[in-house]
Design a protein around this ligand. Structure first.
Ligand SMILES: Nc1ncnc2c1ncn2[C@@H]1O[C@H](COP(=O)(O)OP(=O)(O)O)[C@@H](O)[C@H]1O
Ligand SMILES: Cc1ncsc1CCOP(=O)(O)O
Ligand SMILES: [Mg+2]
Length: 267
């Protein structure tokens, strides 16, 4: 982001552009992730077949790859899509959902990391485990605080030469050197399935309009989520109404509101 830019101007530009984001994501997340992208201002396309995923990635603004409900044919599609995105010099974002849980997931995640994601977005347990640390998590839900994942995130960003976003009660984004903390959101967010997966897709939307600045794009996406989540949390008595209200707030938040309510700390 240039000095004149703010997260708000980035949001307004993203919304005006409505970037096409190819989301290879899990069965659980497909619908809410597409609705999150539409509400926030992006244009989702859930395209994963090996026969077309690479071709589509060649003209999409960005690609996101999520291993939540993995199978061998989907892996073939992921690798074809990544090849297309890399060839077209488009950003791609990896969401390593519960990568530690099985040998299959560990192998696929290692293969996908070797293809060089622009951004890795995961919860604290996933990032700790990606850096070789020990986490008590067994499934998709984090069991570790973000603070305990900061060193792992910096190490992974250095090793992968990518941006790493660790999400939780307070989010952290790092490129291995710089680090930024994003406050906000709601404790109701981890009670609604696939919001992390959806955030990964929104990172794709911002990266699509700032491919040369994936750090700033990632911070902007997490800030958009944090502000909308905090406002929705104030209005919602429980996870069901939160899920609906959150979509409304993702659409309602504009650049002025984002710059007014954002709580972003450069470390
Ligand atoms: N306790 C919390 N308080 C506020 N926001 C949260 C909390 N836990 C998660 N979030 C937010 O929910 C979204 C999903 O993050 P997270 O739950 O960490 O990912 P995942 O769903 O992949 O495990 C992020 O925007 C994150 O900031
Ligand atoms: C429940 C579940 N099972 C496989 S993927 C998935 C959704 C995970 O979503 P998130 O990582 O955003 O919580
Ligand atoms: Mg997740």
């Amino acid at each position: 982001m240039t000095k004149a830019e703010t997260f708000g101007t980035l949001l307004d530009e993203m919304r005006a552009t409505a970037p096409l984001v190819q989301c290879i994501t899990n069965y659980v997340a497909m619908n809410i992730a597409a609705n999150v992208l539409l509400a926030a201002g992006g244009s989702p396309a859930m395209v994963h077949a090996q026969e077309e995923a690479g071709e589509f990635a060649g003209f999409a603004g960005a690609l996101t790859v999520n291993i939540g409900t993995l199978s061998p044919t989907w892996v073939d599609g992921m690798k074809a899509a990544i090849g297309g995105a890399v060839a077209a010099r488009r950003p791609w974002v990896l969401d390593p959902v519960a990568h530690f849980a099985t040998g299959f997931r560990r192998k696929v995640t290692a293969d996908l990391l070797a293809l060089g994601p622009t951004v890795v977005r995961g919860n604290a347990s996933e990032i700790i485990a990606l850096a070789g640390g020990v986490s008590s998590a067994r499934g998709v839900d984090s069991r570790d605080p973000v603070e305990q994942a900061e060193e792992a995130a910096r190490w992974l960003a250095h090793k992968q030469r990518c941006i790493v976003a660790v999400t939780g009660a307070t989010d952290l984004v790092t490129d291995g050197n710089r680090a930024t903390r994003i406050e906000g959101g709601s404790p109701l967010m981890p009670k609604v399935t696939a919001l992390g997966c959806s955030l990964t897709c929104l990172v794709g939307a911002y990266a699509a309009i700032r491919p040369q600045d994936p750090f700033g794009a990632t911070v902007a996406a997490l800030t958009h989520f944090a502000v909308a989540g905090e406002q929705a949390g104030k209005q919602s008595p429980g996870p069901g109404s939160f899920a609906v209200g959150f979509l409304d707030l993702l659409a309602e938040v504009d650049g002025v509101m984002l710059d007014k309510l954002a709580r972003v700390v450069r470390l």
